[in-house]
Design a protein around this ligand. Structure first.
Ligand SMILES: [Fe+2]
Length: 180
């Protein structure tokens, strides 16, 4: 289940209802998919063939189509990152700049873990959303954020798009950003 860390105070928010209520107050969508839908032989696999990816999309077809029909997503795919990913450090470095998009950024974590760092309302400031398998998040369009991996550096996620062009990152240089 997702957990929140407020960067200004180091306060943590835990428990599904608290996390959901906090994210709702920050206009961030949070839902949960049953992680057991993930095919058992892929739960700890972070190097995926096209067949593996299709198997995951088929397993979660009901959840994906439900979310897509409610929120207008037209296409979806699978992203997998791990130490085996060529140039992982360079990819993460590129991710770790605060930026915005013209459409929302949706990720459904199906294996591994990851963190969204998001700029909240002025009284909240930047906060981390630590995600694990089953967590589904949507960062609204134009909301400054970035994504990175956690210590184990492995994740598989479903990405959903209205148009893939909407996901182009626009850098958001922010003196208020707190690095740690
Ligand atoms: Fe982004």
């Amino acid at each position: 289940m997702a957990e929140i860390r407020l960067r200004n105070t180091n306060e943590r928010i835990t428990g599904e209802e608290n996390v959901k209520a906090f994210l709702e107050s920050q206009e961030v969508l949070y839902e949960h998919w049953n992680p057991d839908v993930m095919p058992a032989h892929l739960k700890e696999q972070f190097i995926l063939t096209d067949e593996n990816k299709q198997e995951i999309l088929t397993a979660y077809e009901h959840e994906i189509k439900d979310l897509a029909s409610r929120r207008g997503y037209q296409t979806w795919d699978i992203v997998a990152l791990s130490e085996a990913t060529p140039n992982l450090d360079a990819i993460l470095k590129k991710f770790e700049d605060v930026h915005t998009h013209t459409e929302d950024e949706v990720r459904a974590i199906v294996a591994g873990r990851g963190i969204f760092i998001i700029k909240g309302t002025p009284e909240v400031g930047y906060f981390d959303v630590e995600l694990e398998a089953g967590d589904v998040i949507s960062v609204p369009e134009h909301k400054p954020h970035f994504f990175t991996l956690m210590d184990n550096r492995q994740i598989v996620a479903v990405r959903l798009f209205i148009e893939t062009e909407g996901w182009i990152a626009h850098s958001f240089a922010d003196p208020e950003f707190i690095k740690t």
